[in-house]
Design a protein around this ligand. Sequence first.
Ligand code: IPM
Ligand code: MN
Length: 345
Amino acid sequence: SHSIDLAVIPGDGIGQEVVAEGLKVLAAVLPQDVKLETKEYDFGATRYHATGETLTDADLDSLKGHDAILLGAIGDPSVPSGVLERGFLLKLRFAFDHHVNLRPSKLLPGVATPLAGQPEIDFVVVREGTEGPYTGNGGTIRKGTPHEVATEVSVNTAYGVERVVRDAFARAQARPRKKLTLVHKNNVLTFAGHLWTNIFNAVAAEFPEVTTDYLHVDAATIFLVTDPARFDVIVTDNLFGDIITDLAAAVSGGIGVAASGNINPSGEFPSMFEPVHGSAPDIAGQGKADPTATVLSVALLLRHLGYEAEAGRIEEAVSADLTERGDAVRTTAEIGDALAVRVAS
Ligand code: IPM
Ligand code: MN
């Protein structure tokens, strides 16, 4: 018999509500002989207001022992923008070396898209997760004066770029279409852009079966809307990946269904799974949030831990649920209940 030891971080806003449904579906899909243990962590605005603390070394030590982490959302308007995001979410991604931020986009049958027709959308963005402008390498001088200067340095290491590019090639190689697109902006960001392009081309030589392509990020946003079917796997840096995956979500069923995994491929640290959406304080506590993105993140989590059949069952349940959902307005818990019933049968 097997067991899953899961760290659960509901976080802020709708994070609480959607994670409850994710766990409900997880419990329903697991076979009887798989023992599920969960430990909840109180990260987010509540802890910050109570103790003034964000993620501590003791938290990291405790989290390290789990098989995986399920996270709802971090961020709250009662705390200055960036404090919780940097203090909890990004700190976790960096400390646990989540350098592969996996964000699949699949337009399921019957799901509404703002795009004309019903294009085939089935691609995955491999977003670098530990470098770029997210490292906090910046500063400001003459703050608050008309002459303030702020820098936000994008950090790109050959080591960091090569490992994520390699991961993306391997993923492309394993998919039927075997196509990988590098998205960057090497016509302007000539230092980082050339590093990415050179490494991409060098690694490409080792994957002769993978068709490669390059797009500037601005052009990529056009194609994501006009011809999303052209994409199979996309690899890009942390910030471009953040931006294009919101667009990718918008065209493939909305932010309510976009799932992600922050992967530490070596398994040295637990990987963390979370919906792409944020804490949505405007609708928090009202039972209005769609838990589907969290449920699909649970599927990614299960696949990562080797529970392929269970992951597939969740995805099929979501697909069926979305197809039959129509215009009916359901609460967060109603959607979770419906999915739990489907995966159990
Ligand atoms: C995301 C979010 C985060 C990011 C924020 C909340 C720090 O937008 O997971 O996409 O920028 O990575
Ligand atoms: Mn984002």
